[in-house]
Design a protein around this ligand. Structure first.
Ligand code: FAD
Length: 378
């Protein structure tokens, strides 16, 4: 009998558990540990803050995975011992034949002085009801969305939030100036300058002012402070800096990138039998930039790890490889979405395109969520 411990029940962890259940023998143990009771896709937050839908409609209890024979422990992992393929959960030590670390990225609003006090964190589900209330009570003025650190998950999300907030305010006939700032030189560098110029033109058409090369150093009441000056706000929405969770940073898994280093195609860490997937890893693309943090990649990585483990346990040579292919949807309002898709680990440079907005891509985005919830939690 084999035992696999999966740390984290987000995109990566759930995809791994589900695929393992299809591939391993009945007696093998698949144990998934998460402190949260529910799974939810990331873009639910954008729909909930603009009143399009609720967070709850897209949540599914992780405990439902136990119906198909996955053991679910709702608790906090307090220690990872990768050399022993062991963890501590609820004061108890657990050992395994393989560990899959899928603990995501931790948001660190305190990394920027004043951020936690003056801004609303749009990446934290717990703050979304407050964001929704702030938007619905906003009486006009300047709303700023700030990217406060790199890397951050789902690079298109802040721009999607700006476009949907713009539509939301227009439907209420409110005069709101919207700005989005980022430390990056362009909106979505993976696309290259020309495509970013087009997309930034679209933002401008919707009245969204884009501010590249803006690294915030502090937030004060009514003003964001940058190395180059200050900008005012009436309502500030923040994408805080990200880092690996503390137990990962303390575990010897973190490399010089500040994230968990893995072999890009197999997701193996330097510790035998220990894999890491999703937002917690750093994978360098051929252009030296990190692979974007996205649920589609976390899911694909989880499936590759599951396939490799199944082969290994069966005494076969593992062949599954993570290829870095995938896409996501960027809602632009008016019932349409654009689609960003690409092949991110090809040589000599990643390839990605942003496909023109259409109602079809918005339907695909809805289906993306429904399919996963139905497949994993039905
Ligand atoms: C607004 C927004 C929109 C997005 N839109 C998209 C999109 O359209 N497409 C897309 O592909 N991606 C999107 N993403 C990104 C996507 O949500 C993440 O990339 C994805 O969730 C990463 O999966 P993961 O499994 O690595 O981590 P997560 O899904 O974050 O899961 C990590 C899990 O680990 C648990 N955990 C952490 N520490 C502990 C501990 N010590 N003990 C126990 N449990 C712990 C957490 O509770 C969490 O459930 C979006 C993100 C946001 C914020």
């Amino acid at each position: 009998m084999k035992r696999v411990l999966i740390l984290g029940g987000g995109f990566g962890g759930v995809a791994t558990a589900h695929r393992l259940k299809q591939k391993l023998a009945e007696e093998d143990e698949i144990i998934l540990i998460d402190r949260r009771p529910n799974f939810m896709v990331g873009f639910r937050k954008t729909w909930a803050m603009t009143g399009m839908s609720s967070l709850e409609e897209g949540q599914r209890p992780l405990a439902d995975l136990s119906r198909i024979g996955i053991q679910v422990i709702q608790d906090t992992v307090t220690l990872i011992d990768p050399a022993a393929k062991a963890v501590e959960v609820g004061g108890k030590r657990m050992e395994a034949d393989a560990l899959v670390v899928a603990l995501g990225a931790q948001l660190v609003p305190d990394a920027v002085p004043g951020l936690a006090m003056h801004a609303l964190n749009v990446y934290d589900p717990q703050e979304i009801p407050g964001v929704a209330q702030a938007l619905s009570e906003f009486e006009g003025g300047k709303m700023v969305i700030g990217v406060f650190g790199m890397p951050y998950k789902c690079p298109p999300a802040p721009y999607e939030m700006a476009l949907l907030a713009s539509e939301f305010f227009k439907s209420r006939k409110l005069q709101v100036d919207i700005e989005v700032f980022t430390p990056q030189p362009m909106t979505l560098p993976i696309l290259g300058q020309a495509s970013c110029d087009d997309f930034e033109g679209r933002l401008a058409e919707h009245g969204v002012l884009f501010l590249p090369n803006h690294k915030a150093t502090a937030v004060e009441p009514g003003e964001v402070v940058f190395a180059t000056g200050r900008r005012s706000y009436d309502l500030l929405l923040a994408v805080p800096p990200h880092q690996p969770p503390a137990i990962v940073r303390e575990s010897r898994l973190v490399g010089s990138s500040g994230w968990v280093g893995v072999k890009p195609h197999t997701l193996e860490t330097e510790f035998p039998g220990v894999y890491a997937i999703g937002d917690v890893v750093h994978i360098a693309m051929a252009n030296g930039k990190p692979l974007p943090k996205a649920g589609v990649f976390a899911e694909a990585m989880g499936e590759v790890v599951a396939d490799r483990l199944a082969a290994e346990f069966a005494g076969q040579e593992p062949e599954a490889e993570f290829k870095g292919e995938g896409g996501c949807y960027l809602e632009v309002g008016g019932g349409e979405a654009m689609k960003l898709q690409g092949s991110f680990l090809v040589e000599p440079a990643p390839e990605a395109v942003l496909l023109e907005a259409s109602p079809r891509y918005l339907q695909e985005k809805h289906a993306f969520e429904t399919q996963r919830l139905d497949t994993w939690f039905a």
